[in-house]
Design a protein around this ligand. Sequence first.
Ligand code: PRP
Length: 219
Amino acid sequence: MNVNSTSVSVVAHPAAAALLTRLRDKQTATEEFRQRLSALTLLLVAEALRDATTVPDPVETPLGRAEGLRLEPLPAIVPVLRAGLGMLDATLRLVPGAPVGFIGMRRIEASGGSGHNGISHECYLESLPGVMEGAPVLLMDPMLATGGSAQAAIRVLRAAGVGPITMVCVLAAPEGVASMQRTAPDVRIVTAAVDSRLDERAFIVPGLGDAGDRLYGSA
Ligand code: PRP
């Protein structure tokens, strides 16, 4: 799906849909929520890396030479805290040697900010290794709601001089996609679903609730 120049890949896989259903279910408790998010992340990241560039990497098997390959440049992984941390381990299983940076971002509701319904976003942590300069980045956050957190994180990444950015999320709202289209049309979005809308608190409907709270048991 292309929304003007913003590329949005919705992973249409039955296993992804089944995992997402468990995440949506309010009866799904923390332990299962973590496991299912991790499994779904594997599918999302596989799609995000579909067009990743590779170089030849021949190896000797016990029976002879095989024409292998490796990812190069190696993508860097940047989870947006807190909820993006729930996607990190699974991503590292697919790119075990990837550099990892961290961005801490929180939404402040009813702050009188300029975003959707007065929401603003506060960046409370930036920790990006220097080796990320020029590298393609997988920006991990389960939720793209208003898009404010993603856009603030993208500003931090651009200031650090990274290469092409792919945002990997579980759920996106049409409002968040539209706002990315306006402000960061070159950022590809990979998601398991685009839901119907945001509610008055800027939560995705039907969504899955607050991903950070469901991951870390504060729901
Ligand atoms: C949630 C979510 C995203 C952001 C999405 O994080 O995990 O980071 O909101 O909303 P937006 O698109 O409107 O910015 P939250 O601020 O609740 O922090 P948390 O991850 O620590 O729970």
